[in-house]
Design a protein. Structure first.
Length: 285
């Protein structure tokens, strides 16, 4: 005799197979619907490059034309780049007589690249003749526009999170650029430079022993100009900030911070500030 328990198992199995065959006749695509992965949702508010699965990652030297003039920059894209996520765009401007390799070699920007991972794309521009010019009709200002457009056409950029940083001549440039392109720039980092005063999040870094761009000739006026434009407490507490630290000025609106780094050094970008620089960038969403 057939074991009663075995008989029930066989009958139940046959019933399930019959039901599955009926369902397949009703909907032949049933299995594929269950196994097919859903397509990623389009990135809202991203640049045109969010639609492209660009696989050009790592460090690359890029040449574009601004008008009829060839211009070049270094582009760094994380190896784990994901075109389904918006990225901050961080554009650097070197000092007088230098080139786009300087921020990475002299000022250790790969540290920030590593901290950022796949949250940002980094650009390091090359100035014509080694000098930046922030005049209203300057080709360097148009170069900024073309960088944002070119990178955004190829990669997924959050155009509301474009940051600029500069050292020395590059710092004077980004302070001027922020005034000319304040609607296109989310935040500015100025190191060993001067000028500025646009209503925009700002980070100022300056060595008190700087012999090239004197600290007392430029740093206090730059800090005060940004602080006043942003609605921070005036007079500022800038000179009370401990040496070799980076601190927020008192009383600044949350969305318009001014961060100041005083350090006991000369005409250089101090390495200890780099984590604070990335903290400044990553805090501004």
């Amino acid at each position: 005799m057939i074991n009663k328990n075995l008989l029930w198992v066989l009958l139940f199995s046959a019933s399930c197979q019959s039901t599955d065959r009926i369902a397949k006749r009703i909907d032949p695509a049933r299995d594929s619907k269950n196994t097919q992965q859903q397509s990623p949702q389009p990135v809202v508010g991203g640049s045109p490059g969010c639609k492209l699965e660009n696989k050009d990652t790592g460090l690359m030297n890029v040449s574009i034309k601004v008008g009829n003039t060839p211009r070049t920059f270094i582009r760094v894209v994380n190896k784990n780049y994901n075109h389904n996520s918006k990225h901050a765009l961080v554009i650097g401007y070197h000092g007088l007589g230098l080139d786009g390799t300087s921020p990475r070699v002299d000022h250790k920007w790969p540290i920030i690249e590593d901290l950022a991972g796949d949250q940002a794309i980094f650009i390091y521009g090359n100035a014509l003749g080694g000098q930046w010019n922030a005049g209203p009709y300057s080709a360097d200002v148009i170069f900024f526009d073309e960088i944002v457009k070119t990178v955004g056409d190829l990669y997924c950029i959050d155009k509301k999170r474009v940051f600029v940083h500069g050292f020395s001549n590059g710092a004077f440039f980004v302070n001027g650029l922020a005034s000319l392109r304040k609607d296109a720039i989310r935040g500015v980092i100025s190191v060993a430079g001067g000028g500025g005063g646009t209503k925009i999040p700002a980070m100022i870094i300056h060595g008190i022993q700087d012999p090239n761009v004197g600290y007392y000739s430029y740093a206090p006026s730059t800090v005060n100009a940004y602080a006043q434009a942003n609605g921070c407490k005036m007079p500022t507490n800038a000179e009370g900030i401990k040496l070799d630290t980076c601190q927020l000025l008192d009383g600044c609106p949350k969305d318009l911070p001014v961060r100041f780094c005083r350090w006991n050094g000369n005409h250089h970008w101090p390495e200890f500030t780099l984590p604070d620089v990335w903290g400044f960038i990553s805090s501004l969403n």
